[in-house]
Design a protein around this ligand. Structure first.
Ligand code: CA
Length: 97
């Protein structure tokens, strides 16, 4: 049984764009700093892995190059608790009392 639908790559890029930087095409620009910062807590080695055009930032262009199995891994990474919080489980459907 699949518990979690893997996020679309572009949705994920939108979600991790905590610096709110955009390029001229309107794509979010994810730096390694933002990728690993509190709030995202994604591993730096994954940043290098997913910066597929190796321009030093992750944008929609990298999404064009990603394949489905990589996206599945990235979805898992994004859903994991990397900062000691409950990323992805808080507020995500549990009604407030
Ligand atoms: Ca890139």
């Amino acid at each position: 049984m699949i518990e979690m639908q893997v996020m679309n790559c572009k949705e994920l890029v939108d979600a991790v764009n905590i610096e709110e930087r955009y390029d001229d095409d309107g794509s979010p620009v994810i730096t390694e700093e933002a990728w690993t910062a509190v709030g995202n807590c994604l591993p730096a080695d994954a940043f290098k892995k997913y910066d597929l055009d190796e321009d030093g930032v992750i944008t929609y262009l990298d999404c064009e190059l990603i394949d489905a199995s990589m996206m599945a891994d990235l979805g898992k990474l994004a859903a994991e608790d990397r900062c000691g919080g409950d990323v992805g489980t808080d507020d995500a459907g549990a009604p407030a009392e």
